[in-house]
Design a binder for this molecule. Structure first.
Ligand code: ZN
Length: 337
């Protein structure tokens, strides 16, 4: 038993075989005095090959990871793999069950509390369990996100350009192999507290995604998630298959993008109704109008126009219409040739 964490697992990660179990997280409430939260975790292991860890539902209103991972967990044959696959389908489980981005129990965003605290609130305890118990097992860690209820993305996988570390070339290869339509090199705006940075700082390969959004999923975004998961397993020789490129399945090749600076992001400066003036995947030049904010309490006022500050492709936008100052409105990725 790991004395460093208060969370226990019904799954023994050192055992060969396929196990659907739970993490038991102490959670004493008015309704359940000696109760705990049971959060699903799956281990599929055969021998001592590479270990791939996959998480969905880091934010509770993002669905491609959870759906793709549950499908693959059920269908993967433990005898046909070499190594181990550890899956947490819904990482911020209480947020996921509420259909919200952050946990209703402590109000925390899972991707801002890493490395977590042993004695923290529930979200922080889960982060601490990953940091102390799961990430050390991993050769590759894939965290599958999408835009949630408030954002929409043109599907992309990501690898990081980490402050003071730079790009991990294996992570770049893995992100490209995920075979989403786009692959983005990201410089995190606010790297502290993120799972991404914690994994990278522990010297492991990290791949992220943003596969869609709007608090739902589509057949296309789920199929991207499934192909990506299978390709990562193939790349790390956990399955005996070869990763399938997009060209091999009759699709456009992966487009490589980067975010050279914070100008890639556009945030709201006013409260009002956001009218997008460009759809996702539009090519934009500096000065192009991305959208405008209307003032419903003062219809005579001209809307405020938001313009692109870098050239590239519109790959993310606000999904909600009512916006406030500081809300995310648009993301432009610059093409890497
Ligand atoms: Zn997310």
């Amino acid at each position: 038993m790991n004395k460093e964490t208060k969370i226990t697992s019904t799954v023994d990660f050192s055992k060969n075989g396929k196990y659907f179990g739970y993490l038991i997280i102490p959670h004493s409430t008015n309704d359940s005095g000696w109760g705990s939260l049971h959060m699903p975790i799956i281990s599929i292991r055969n021998g001592n090959g590479s270990v791939a860890v996959f998480t969905g539902g880091n934010h509770g209103d993002e669905y491609e990871g959870t759906i793709g991972l549950m499908n693959i967990a059920r269908s993967l044959d433990e005898n046909s793999i070499n190594g181990q696959v550890i899956i947490i389908p819904a990482l911020n489980f209480s947020a996921f069950m509420a259909g919200d981005r952050v946990s209703p129990i402590d109000g925390l965003n899972m991707n801002r509390v890493f490395p977590g605290k042993r004695d923290g609130t529930i979200t922080s305890m889960i982060a601490h369990y990953l940091t102390t118990t799961i990430i050390p097992l991993a050769d590759v860690f894939v965290d599958i996100h999408s835009g949630g209820k408030s954002m929409m993305f043109s599907p992309f996988a990501t690898y990081q350009n980490v402050p003071n570390i730079g790009v991990n070339e294996k992570a770049k290869e893995a992100a490209l192999t995920f075979a989403a339509p786009k692959c983005l090199e990201i410089i995190e705006l606010d790297p502290d507290g993120m799972l991404d940075t914690t994994v990278a700082n522990m010297g492991k390969v990290f791949v992220g995604t943003e596969l869609g959004g709007g608090g739902t999923s589509t057949t296309e975004t789920i199929s991207i998630a499934k192909r990506g998961i299978l390709n990562i397993l193939a790349l790390f020789n956990i399955t005996n298959e070869k990763p399938k490129t997009r060209e091999e399945i009759g699709l456009e090749p992966v487009k490589l993008l980067q975010m050279p600076n914070p100008k890639s992001f556009t945030f709201s400066v006013e409260s009002g109704i956001y009218e997008p003036l460009l759809d996702l995947d539009s090519t934009v030049k500096i000065g192009d109008k991305l959208g405008q904010i209307h003032f419903p309490t003062n219809p005579q006022l001209d809307p405020i126009v938001l313009k692109a500050e870098i050239e590239g492709i519109l790959i993310g936008r606000a999904h909600k219409a009512l916006v406030r100052p500081g809300d995310f409105l648009a993301l432009v990725g610059e093409e890497i040739n």
